[in-house]
Structures are given as C-alpha cells and as structure tokens.
Design a protein. Structure first.
Length: 297
C-alpha cells in the first residue's frame, strides 16, 4: 500500500472533522439487514421536502459532507451508503439490476417515514434514483441527476461483458486503495484543488470489494434511459464541462430522453459536487425549492 501524501493527511483531517458533525447511522431493515447513512436534520421539523443523496460507484455517503453542511440548515438532508458500501448490507444477487437497489431504497425510506423526497443521484447513483422514480413517481417530486451514468443494459452482450470484466479486473489487480491512487484524478478537472483531490481519494479508498463488484454488474445491466422514459415527473440533469467519464455529450442524450435541458457547470469534472461544491449546492438548492414550488434564494 502506498504512503498517504502529507497534504492528503492535512486535507482529510479537516474534512473528517467536518464530517464528524454527521456521524454514520444505521437503519435496520428486514431479514437482519442494515442501511448506513449520514444525516443533517437541523430542519427536520419544518415542511421542506427532504433531500436524499445517492453517491456513485467509487464513493460513499461521506462524499456529500459539503452539501450536508450547506443544505442541512433548511431541510432534512440524508446521504446513504448504497448496499455493499459503508456498513450497508449488500444486495443478494451477485449480478444485480437497478430494481434490486431501488427496492432497498424503498425499504429504507419507508423505515424513516419519508413519503416524498427530492432525489439526487450522482453517476451510478443516478441509475438507482431513476429506477426508484420510475416505480414510485408519486414519491419523487423532483429527480436531479448529476453526471449520470447511463449503464450498458441496452448495449450488445459483448460490450456489456467487456465493460464489466475490465472494471472487475482493475478492482482485482489494484484493490480499493490502488483504485484511489491510480483512478481518482480521473474524477476531477484540472481546476480541482488539492483538498478536493485528497477527498476523492479518501472516499474511493474506502469502497468495499464486494460492493464495488456488485455495483460494476449493476452498471453493466442497467438502462437509465429506459427508466427516464417511464418517469413523467420533474427532472434536471447537470454535468461538469470537463467531465471525461460521463461526458456532456452522453449526459445531453439522457437529458433529451427526460425532456429537459442539460445544465453544464464550468471548470468541473465528474465529481463536480466535491470540487465545485458551491456551484453544485446552488443547483441542488434551486432544484429543491422549485420542486416544492418555492422561490430559490
């Protein structure tokens, strides 16, 4: 395992101290399963719509700390660790589909008595958010997709298998820490701060092999466009101008399916909500208020 650069240690210590305000919690689900998450509930008693944040394949609930800080004063904000991440129990199938994760999301929201929420999905999290919204449109007054991964479910078998096997081989070769060391910079633009780079590495180094492998299968099996075509509610799609993973062109195609215009954020890469947190937090806040019929601040 490679040594952690001293700059990373300092940056991570700062962010971990901020993260301590939102300690990991666990909700018990059926069949002795649990779902771990972080929550900012300073405004849980008011009538603002709850905001639920779903992370991508190489991340976790902790990655949303800046949004928990900025948005938690005015509404209930929850960021989950997807099944197989953090302390969350993995889904049962080794090659799951989006419905498997959406079912867990449904069970978790039910356990927390959240009937309706604004749902934000980043990258792979967008696939899960889209699957949930397609089945439960009445529970999603707003669906916001940040750098959404479309999945390879509509591609031919050769493409699906190749994409899946390449990522699994990389996981087997490098492990989570190796992925963080070698792949985390791909998540960011050239404008990202050292602190943002350190935080992306921190989150990626903490993924769990089995959860990441199952999420890799999910990516190969999923077809977000099909779920967006079924969902007739309010959708927005945003992407960083410098995103090389889910490119603006790819996100534009998903926005067209959803019947919305793509919002492009300058000077941001794939993990835009980390490196350009003020811009993305403003996008999320504006969307939440519009979804609830409120004026944006």
């Amino acid at each position: 395992m490679s040594a952690v650069p001293s700059a990373d240690v300092d940056a991570n210590a700062t962010l971990e101290a901020r993260l301590a305000r939102f300690p990991a919690r666990q909700t018990e689900l059926a069949k002795q399963r649990v779902l771990s998450y972080r929550e900012a509930d300073g405004a849980a008693a008011n009538d603002a719509l709850p905001l639920v944040l779903l992370h991508g394949i190489g991340s976790g609930a902790a990655s949303w700390v800046q949004q928990l800080e900025a948005l938690g004063a005015n509404r209930r904000v929850l960021a989950w660790d997807a099944p197989g991440y953090g302390m969350s129990t993995p889904v049962a199938p080794e090659s799951p589909v989006a419905a498997d994760y959406a079912s867990v999301l449904t069970e978790w929201l039910d356990a927390l008595h959240i009937e309706r929420c604004v749902l934000v999905g980043h990258s792979l999290g967008a696939i899960i958010a889209g699957a949930f919204a397609a089945v439960h449109p009445q529970r999603v007054p707003g669906l916001l997709l940040l750098s959404p991964a479309g999945g390879y479910g509509a591609a031919c078998a050769d493409v699906r298998e190749t994409k899946r096997d390449q990522r699994l081989a990389m996981l087997n070769e490098l492990g989570p820490q190796g992925l963080a060391d070698k792949r985390s910079d791909n998540m960011l633009s050239s404008h990202a701060s050292d602190e943002a780079r350190a935080w992306v590495r921190w989150n990626m180094s903490r993924v769990i092999d089995r959860g990441y492998a199952q999420a890799t299968h999910l990516l190969a099996n999923a077809d977000l466009a099909a779920d967006l075509a079924r969902f007739k509610g309010r959708v927005n799609v945003a992407v960083g101008a410098d995103d090389t993973i889910t490119t603006p062109a790819a996100c534009e195609r998903l926005a067209l399916v959803a019947g919305t215009q793509l919002q492009v954020v300058p000077r941001a890469g794939h993990a835009g909500y980390i490196e350009a947190s003020a811009a993305y937090t403003a996008i999320i806040d504006t969307f939440c208020r519009a979804s609830a019929g409120q004026r944006s601040q």
